[in-house]
Structure formats: structure tokens, C-alpha cells
Design a protein around this ligand. Structure first.
Ligand code: AP5
Ligand code: MG
Length: 282
């Protein structure tokens, strides 16, 4: 699974990324964390980034793209990753597209955590209090003054990515005003619905289908042929995460859409297309 978490400072990207790491065993690639580590270690990148980060501005694109490019080459990223805080500008997103293309990797989805600006300061203040309570060093940019600048950077440079990924049918929006637990549940629901993760039922059914297809095809009957051919068709027919899906996600009730139920039950994903179309019409 390859995901991007997008959202303003304090929207919960780091919190949700860690939960996804625990659940799916893939790595979190947080450019903010990597840059803070570089600052602490006083590396050349850290020395360049230190004052920029403290001011609430963005570190130059070429620096963060270089960091992510190196990181994606590490073996632990092969299984999948959650990008937290990257990309943050359109040139970064374009560079990421290029990197993924070169590495023959496909992005599953971009999950936008939408949070009212008025809630962000409170969250950052809570984080400061929590870090102090744990005896950790507080982030230098977690002040009201710097947060205002980080938000301004987000609005002017990062928000255009919502349009960028929406146009590429990758964007899914989650209401980040819900509790941490509810946001996690919603993200997991979406990931299942778009087929980025497999449910146990779907896994078992897929294994069954594979076993069936591997049997010498006694039967040249239509249904046997269909069974063997199903996976190919499925992949082709299933729509990518996109505007339509995003709309469905926002509007739909808590329950899984029929498409994911069908998939959970091991039925081919084809059904998803019909459902999505219906939703689009509705
Ligand atoms: P970065 O470290 O990425 O910071 P950020 O984007 O400003 O985001 P935060 O880490 O502050 O918030 P978060 O969304 O992770 O929220 P969290 O889960 O912690 O970047 C820092 C700096 O590095 C940038 O300003 C820039 O200078 C530089 N940089 C980094 N990446 C870059 C890039 N790609 N290009 C250029 N420069 C880059 O949650 C916050 C608090 O809220 C926590 O206390 C949490 O417990 C709480 N919380 C979370 N979810 C909820 C919820 N649903 N309800 C209630 N509380 C919640
Ligand atoms: Mg963070």
C-alpha cells in the first residue's frame, strides 16, 4: 500500500500514520521527522533546514525530494509506505510522480485530513503539553506565531495539491474533526473500499480462486474460463481512487459500500464500478 497523508499542521497526519504503521506494517516517511533528525544531528541538510523550519516556511523542494528519493530506495519501503508531510508543493508532487514511475510503483491514494483551522492551535498546544509531560523537547515551530506562518504556507503552497490529486483521481477526503479513533476507522474503511488492503475474507477467496485457476482446467466451460481470467479483468475494471470515490466517501454512511462488501466476500471487484457509477449519478 502506498499512501499520502495530506493536511494542515496539526491535522493528525503523524498520529494516523503511526496507527497505519502498526496495523499494516509499512513504513511512515515523514519529511518533518527526517528534517528534525537532520537538524539534531547537525548534518549539512539539517544546518540548511534549521532556520527555515523555525520560521514556519518550507524547506526547498530539491532538499526534500532528495531525502524522499533516497528513502524510497531503502528495502523497507518496497513493501509500501505512508508519506506524511510530503509532497507539500506541486513541484514536489511532480517529482514524486517521476520517482514512482521510475521505480515502477503506483500510488494507491491521497488521504486529505480536513480540519477547521480554529481547531489546529488547540491541537498543537495539546501536543506541546503532552511532549512536556513526557519530558521530551518541544518542537521549535509549535508556537502560535509560527503556526500562523505554517498555515499560510499550507494555504498557498500545499493546498493546490488537493486539486492536483483530485484531477488524477487519487484524492479521498476524511473529516479530521472526528476523534482520533473515528478518523482511523474511516481511513481503514476507505482503504478497504478502494481495495488498497485486503480483508481476511477477500484474501481467503482470492486464494481459493487462485487454487481453482491452477487446477488443470478440466473444464473449458465458460465459467471456468471466466474464473481464471477474473483477476485480470478485475484489475482493469476497478476504478482508481478518485473524485467519485471521494464524494462517495464523504457522503456515504459509515457502512461499507456494497462494492467493498462484495470484495470482502471474495467477489470480483467489478461490482465496484457499477456501484461507483450509481453513486456518481446520485
Ligand atoms: P511537519 O513535521 O510535517 O509538520 P506539519 O505538517 O506542520 O504537521 P504537524 O506534525 O505539526 O501535525 P500533524 O498533522 O502531524 O498532526 P499530529 O498527528 O502531530 O513539518 C515541519 C516543518 O518541516 C515544516 O513547517 C517545514 O518547514 C518542514 N518540512 C517538512 N516536510 C516538508 C516538505 N515536504 N517540504 C518542505 N518543507 C518541509 O497531531 C497534532 C496534535 O493533535 C497531537 O497532539 C495529536 O494527539 C492531536 N490530534 C491528532 N488527531 C486528532 C483528532 N482527530 N482529534 C483531536 N486531537 C487530535
Ligand atoms: Mg507531523
Amino acid at each position: 500500500m502506498r499512501l499520502i497523508l495530506l493536511g494542515p499542521p496539526g491535522s493528525g497526519k503523524g498520529t494516523q500514520a503511526q496507527r497505519l504503521v502498526q496495523r499494516y506494517g509499512i513504513v511512515q516517511l515523514s519529511t518533518g521527522e527526517m528534517l528534525r533528525a537532520a537538524v539534531a544531528a547537525q548534518t549539512p541538510v539539517g544546518l540548511k533546514a534549521k532556520d527555515i523550519m523555525a520560521s514556519g516556511a518550507l524547506v526547498p523542494d530539491e532538499i526534500v525530494v532528495g531525502i524522499i528519493s533516497d528513502r524510497l530506495d531503502q528495502p523497507d519501503a518496497a513493501k509500501g509506505f505512508i508519506l506524511d508531510g510530503f509532497p507539500r508543493t506541486v513541484p514536489q508532487a511532480e517529482a514524486l510522480d517521476e520517482l514512482l514511475k521510475r521505480k515502477h510503483m503506483r500510488l494507491d491514494a491521497v488521504i486529505e485530513l480536513r480540519v477547521n483551522e480554529s481547531a489546529l492551535l488547540q491541537r498543537v498546544e495539546t501536543r506541546v503539553a503532552e511532549m512536556r509531560a513526557r519530558g521530551e523537547e518541544v518542537r521549535i515551530d509549535d508556537t502560535q506565531e509560527v503556526l500562523t506562518k505554517r498555515l499560510a504556507s499550507y494555504r498557498s503552497l500545499t493546498e493546490p495539491l488537493i486539486h492536483y490529486y483530485s484531477e488524477r483521481r487519487k484524492l479521498l477526503t476524511v473529516d479530521g474533526m472526528m476523534t482520533i479513533e473515528h478518523v482511523t476507522r474511516e481511513i481503514n474503511r476507505i482503504l478497504t473500499a478502494i481495495g488498497a488492503v485486503e480483508t481476511k475474507g477477500a484474501k481467503a477467496a482470492a486464494a481459493k480462486r487462485t487454487a481453482k485457476a491452477a487446477k488443470p482446467a478440466a473444464k473449458t466451460s465458460k465459467s471456468a474460463a471466466k474464473g481464471a481470467g477474473a483477476p485480470k479483468k478485475t484489475a482493469k475494471a476497478y476504478p482508481k481512487a478518485g473524485k467519485t470515490a471521494a464524494k462517495g466517501v464523504k457522503k456515504s454512511s459509515r457502512r461499507l459500500p456494497a462494492s467493498s462488501k462484495a470484495r470482502a466476500a471474495g467477489k470480483p471487484r467489478r461490482a465496484a464500478k457499477k456501484v461507483t457509477k450509481k453513486r456518481a449519478k446520485a
